[in-house]
Design a protein around this ligand. Structure first.
Ligand code: FAD
Ligand code: DLZ
Length: 510
C-alpha cells in the first residue's frame, strides 16, 4: 500500500522529514494550493505569489526526480478547499492506508492535523521538523526551571552546541559573545546600499501572479515588481549576494532607517528560510565562513548569526512552549483598535508612512521598522495585541504565526508580561530621529512634544510611561524613565498627557 506524504507550502525542501525513507515508486506526495491556507489571514499578494510559485517549482522538481506527485493548483471552485479535504480525496483515489507529514509551523493547522487520524480513519504520522537548529524538546529542556527566558543565554548555549564562531578552546570568536553595541550607526547614504537581489519572474511565476490578481484582488499589497527567488538555487544566490555585497555593513547599519532605501544592508532571506528554500544552519555557516575568510567584520557576522541562531530559534521555542495560551495574553490590558492607516499607509507621520508603504509594496520591512516604528506606535497607542498580531501576520512575505506572534505579542507589545523581553521597546520620536533621516521630511516636528505639530511619538511615549507606572516602575531597566518623568514640572506633565489624549482621540487623522 502506498503512503500519502503531505508537504506543506512552507516545507519546500527534499530534506523535509516527511520524505525520509519514502519510496519513489510506491508512495504519493500530496501538495495543494487551498483556499483555507490562502485565506486564513489577508496574506500579502506577494506572499501568495512566492509560496504558490515556490510550491509549483518544488513539485516539478520532485516529479523530475521520479516522485509521484499529486499537485492541486488553486481554483475557487476546486472540490477540496482545505488540506484535509485534499488528503481525504487522495486517500480514496490511491487506496493509501497511512499519511505521513512533518509537523506544521502554526498551532492553528497543527491542531487540525492532530485530529486527522480520527477524522480520516487512517494513521497519521507527524514527524518532527528537523529544519530548526534546536528541537522543541531541546528548547523545553533549556527553559525548564528558569523564571525568565532571555535570548542572550539561550544564544550562548546554541553557539556552544553548534560551534558557530567559537574558538577551538570553547571561547567566543572576537573575545565577546555579542557585538550589539557596535551595531547602532545612523546611515547617511554612504556607503551606498546594494540594490535588492532580483529574480525576474519565469513563466510559472507569471501564471501565479495572474492567478493572484484574479482571485485574491482584495488581499493586501501588490504583485507589482515581484522579484523574490522561488527555487532553492535562486535563494542560494540571494544568500551569496548578501554575503558579497551587504554583510560587510550589516552590523554597522543594522538599526538604521532611511527615507530613500527600503532594504539597506539586510539579507532579505527570511521569506526563503521560513518556507524551506534555505536552511538556517547553512545560512549561519556561510556567514561564519565569510568572517574566517576576512570578508566581513565580526560585529556584522556575529550580529547576523545571532538573529538566526539566537532570535529565530528562541521565538520558535517560546511559541511551542506556550501555545495556545500565549496568543491570548494581553497583560497591559490594551483595547484600542488598529488605526486604519496601517492598511493604507496614509498618515502624516513620515516614519510610519515610509514603513507602511514599503510593507505594501514589498511585503517586507526590516526589523527596526517593524519593532521601533510600526510596533512602537502600536505599543504607545495601546492597540489590542490580537489586532496588531493579525496585521503583522498578513503583511509580510516571511510571516507565520510561530515567528510573528512572539515577536509582536512578546517583543513589541510586552503583552506576555516580560516573559520574552525584559523591558518594552517603547521610544519617543528622538529614537527615530537618531536612527534615521525621516524626521527631517516629516509633517510633525520631532523637537516638539505638546504643540499641534509636535511629533506624536513624543507625547504618546510619556502617556505610555505614565499609564503603566504599576507595570514598569519597579523594573530596574525602566527606573531612569520614571525618574525623568517625575522630575518634570506638573504643568509640563499635564500638557504632555493632554496632548497624548488628544492624539489618542483622533488617531485615525494622524
Ligand atoms: P535580517 O535583518 O537580514 O536578519 C537575518 C535573519 O535573522 C532573518 O532573515 C531572520 O531569519 C532572522 N531574524 C532576525 N530577527 C529575528 C527575530 N526577531 N525573530 C526571528 N527571526 C529573526 N521574522 C519573520 O521571519 N517572520 C515574521 O513574521 C516576523 N515578524 C516580526 C514582527 C515584528 C513586530 C518584529 C519586531 C520582528 C519580526 N520578525 C519576523 C523578525 C525580523 O524582523 C525579520 O526576520 C527580518 O526583518 C527579516 O528580514 P531579513 O531577512 O532582511 O533579516
Ligand atoms: C501560508 C500558506 C499559504 C498562503 N498557502 C498554502 C497552501 O495553499 N497550501 C499549503 O500547503 N500551505 C500553504 N501555506 C503554508 C501553510 O499555511 C503553513 O504550512 C502553515 O502556516 C504552517 O506553518
Amino acid at each position: 500500500m502506498p503512503n500519502l506524504i503531505l508537504i506543506l507550502g512552507d516545507q519546500l525542501t527534499t530534506d523535509i522529514s516527511a520524505l525520509e525513507n519514502a519510496d519513489r515508486k510506491r508512495d504519493r506526495i500530496v501538495m495543494a494550493e487551498v483556499h483555507d491556507e490562502a485565506s486564513y489571514t489577508n496574506h500579502h499578494k506577494k506572499k501568495l505569489v512566492l509560496l504558490f510559485s515556490a510550491m509549483r517549482h518544488f513539485a516539478q522538481r520532485l516529479e523530475t526526480e521520479g516522485w509521484q506527485v499529486h499537485y492541486q493548483t488553486y481554483h475557487p471552485q476546486n472540490d477540496a478547499q482545505s488540506l484535509e479535504a485534499v488528503v481525504a480525496s487522495q486517500l480514496t483515489e490511491t487506496g493509501a492506508d497511512r499519511v505521513i507529514t512533518t509537523e506544521c509551523g502554526e498551532w492553528r493547522l497543527h491542531e487540525q492535523v492532530s485530529q486527522w487520524h480520527e477524522r480520516l480513519g487512517v494513521p497519521v504520522e507527524i514527524r518532527p521538523d528537523t529544519r530548526f537548529i534546536a528541537s522543541k524538546q531541546a528548547f523545553a529542556d533549556w527553559a525548564k526551571g528558569r523564571k525568565q527566558l532571555r535570548m542572550e543565554f539561550f544564544y550562548r548555549e546554541m553557539r556552544r552546541k553548534t560551534g558557530l564562531l567559537m574558538t577551538p578552546d570553547g571561547k567566543p570568536e572576537g573575545g565577546q559573545w555579542n557585538f550589539d553595541a557596535d551595531n547602532r550607526r545612523k546611515w547617511a547614504g554612504k556607503p551606498p546600499a546594494p540594490a535588492p537581489f532580483r529574480v525576474e519572474p519565469d513563466e510559472v511565476t507569471q501564471e501565479v501572479i495572474a492567478l493572484v490578481e484574479e482571485h485574491f484582488a482584495d488581499h493586501f499589497g501588490t504583485t507589482e515588481d515581484f522579484h523574490f527567488a522561488v527555487t532553492p538555487e535562486d535563494a542560494e544566490q540571494a544568500l551569496d549576494y548578501f554575503i558579497d555585497f551587504a554583510l560587510l555593513c550589516f552590523g554597522d547599519f543594522q538599526d538604521a532607517m532611511s527615507d530613500n532605501e527600503d532594504w539597506l544592508f539586510h539579507s532579505i532571506l527570511s521569506p526563503y528560510i521560513n518556507c524551506g528554500l534555505l536552511d538556517p544552519l547553512a545560512v549561519c555557516e556561510a556567514a561564519a565562513r565569510a568572517w574566517y575568510a576576512g570578508r566581513a567584520p565580526i560585529n556584522a557576522v556575529e550580529g547576523f548569526i545571532r538573529q538566526i541562531l539566537g532570535w529565530r530559534e528562541f521565538v520558535r521555542g517560546i511559541y511551542w512552549l506556550n501555545m495556545p495560551e500565549y496568543a491570548r495574553e494581553n497583560r497591559l490590558g490594551n483595547t484600542r483598535a488598529l488605526p486604519w492607516f496601517y492598511w493604507t499607509g496614509e498618515t502624516k507621520m513620515r516614519c510610519m508612512h515610509k514603513a507602511l508603504d514599503a510593507t505594501r509594496r514589498n511585503a517586507y520591512a526590516h526589523h527596526i521598522q517593524r519593532l521601533m516604528v510600526t510596533g512602537n506606535f502600536a505599543l504607545l497607542a495601546g492597540v489590542q495585541p490580537e489586532e496588531i498580531c493579525d496585521w503583522y501576520l498578513a503583511v509580510y512575505a516571511d510571516a507565520y504565526d510561530w515567528v510573528e506572534l512572539p515577536n509582536v505579542l512578546g517583543m513589541v507589545m510586552h503583552a506576555d508580561g516580560g516573559y520574552l523581553g525584559s523591558k518594552p521597546y517603547a521610544a519617543s520620536g528622538k529614537y527615530i530621529q537618531r536612527m534615521s533621516d525621516h524626521c527631517s521630511n516629516c509633517h510633525y516636528n520631532v523637537n516638539k512634544s505638546t504643540e499641534e505639530d509636535a511629533c506624536p511619538f513624543n507625547a504618546l511615549y510619556w502617556h505610555f510611561i505614565d499609564r503603566h507606572r504599576d507595570d514598569f516602575a519597579s523594573n530596574p531597566r525602566m527606573g531612569m524613565m520614571y525618574r525623568n518623568w517625575d522630575k518634570q514640572k506638573p504643568e509640563r506633565r499635564e500638557a504632555l498627557l493632554h496632548r497624548a489624549n488628544t492624539l489618542l482621540a483622533r488617531l485615525e487623522q494622524l
